[in-house]
Ligand binder design. Structure first.
Ligand code: SF4
Length: 326
């Protein structure tokens, strides 16, 4: 379906849980963690019905996110059922990779082929400091196993934080010289954070990119329609890629094709705005598919032309990233 800014909205990010087995300080500060009750979270049959309704209004790609989606029991059979929805062309998954080694075969069986793995450090102690858990080895094992299994592409999303992990950007980029992984550097977004805190850690893409010249020159790769927000490059002869996702310094709103559904059943037109359309209530009150389609259309019509984030504005978001699903 086309939104009011003549953009085709074909992509749904579906958060199936707000809980996570990591505690990344910039995503889910421990002191702010108020877990949703089980009854508040959409049940799998509800998620599947809403996914079918989403396809009826033009969604063709669904990304399953969290919190951490792999900790939700039964996620493999849910993914298989999701992938079987007629008209849905693509399902993909975003995970922190801690359970990837255990679940790679089942995910493959369920029809998942594309993976985005969030990873912010290659140093065990620092990984533990950022995430609150000593799990780096499991994530790396999972990545290698998924590569052998044949998942492609495997994208590694690294949120670059000034003074925390920005000294590792070259090490991350070097992975693309050895593995067919797409290493993507994400600008830190002011979601759920006071401006001062955000500015302390924020590092613009231009600075990150400049540091990678020590590894050689980056060749720009062609933009792919609906290929996502990353600006893609490759080092000469490398099996992997480098990507930059710059929601603050180089926003990509003119090509926005996405809608979000939160784990507690709210349609979110834009990542950076808290305007949401409640859909769980009508769904549980027995709404027809036609009514649910209208709620999707309502959310799509609420999409802004762009976000208005720059250094002087504080994000109006009250939700934390774990409650949105990225
Ligand atoms: S900030 Fe909002 S409008 Fe811009 S790309 Fe993200 S979701 Fe779309």
């Amino acid at each position: 379906m086309e939104d009011q800014h003549h953009r085709q909205i074909t992509y749904l990010r579906l958060s199936i849980i707000d809980r996570c087995n990591l505690r990344c300080f910039y995503c889910t500060p421990v002191q702010e963690l108020v877990k949703l009750q089980h009854a508040d979270i959409l049940r799998y049959e509800e998620l599947l019905r809403l996914a079918q309704v989403a396809v009826a209004v033009g969604i063709r790609k669904i990304r399953v996110t969290g919190g951490e989606p792999l900790i939700r029991l039964g996620v493999e059979s849910f993914l298989a059922a999701l992938g079987a929805i007629p008209g849905l062309e693509e399902i993909c998954l975003t995970s922190n990779g801690v359970l990837l080694a255990d679940k790679a075969a089942a995910l493959w069986e369920a029809g998942v082929r594309r993976l985005n793995i969030s990873l912010d450090s290659l140093q065990p102690e620092r990984f533990a400091r950022i995430t609150g858990r000593d799990q780096l080895a499991r994530v790396l094992d999972g990545l290698r196993l998924a590569t052998t299994q044949g998942f492609e592409p495997i994208k590694i999303n690294c949120v670059v934080l000034r003074g925390i992990n920005d000294d590792e950007v070259v090490d991350f980029a070097r992975l693309s010289l050895d593995y067919p992984w797409h290493i993507r550097f994400l600008e830190f977004m002011p979601i759920g954070h006071p401006r001062r805190r955000w500015q302390e850690y924020y590092l613009p893409t231009a600075e990150i990119q400049a540091r990678l010249t020590t590894l050689g020159s980056l060749q720009r790769l062609p933009t792919v329609a609906n290929g996502g927000p990353a600006v893609r490059y490759r080092f000469a002869g490398a099996p992997g890629e480098i990507g930059f996702i710059s929601p603050v310094s180089r926003h990509f709103c003119e090509a926005c094709n996405r809608l979000r559904l939160t784990a507690d059943g709210r349609l979110r037109p834009c990542l950076f705005q808290d305007d949401e359309v409640a859909i769980k209530g009508p769904l549980r009150a027995g709404a027809s598919d036609a009514t649910l389609r209208d709620l999707f259309r309502q959310a799509i019509c609420l999409k802004p032309s762009r976000h208005h984030l720059d250094h002087s504005l504080t994000s109006p978001c009250r939700r934390t990233m774990a409650r949105i699903g990225g």
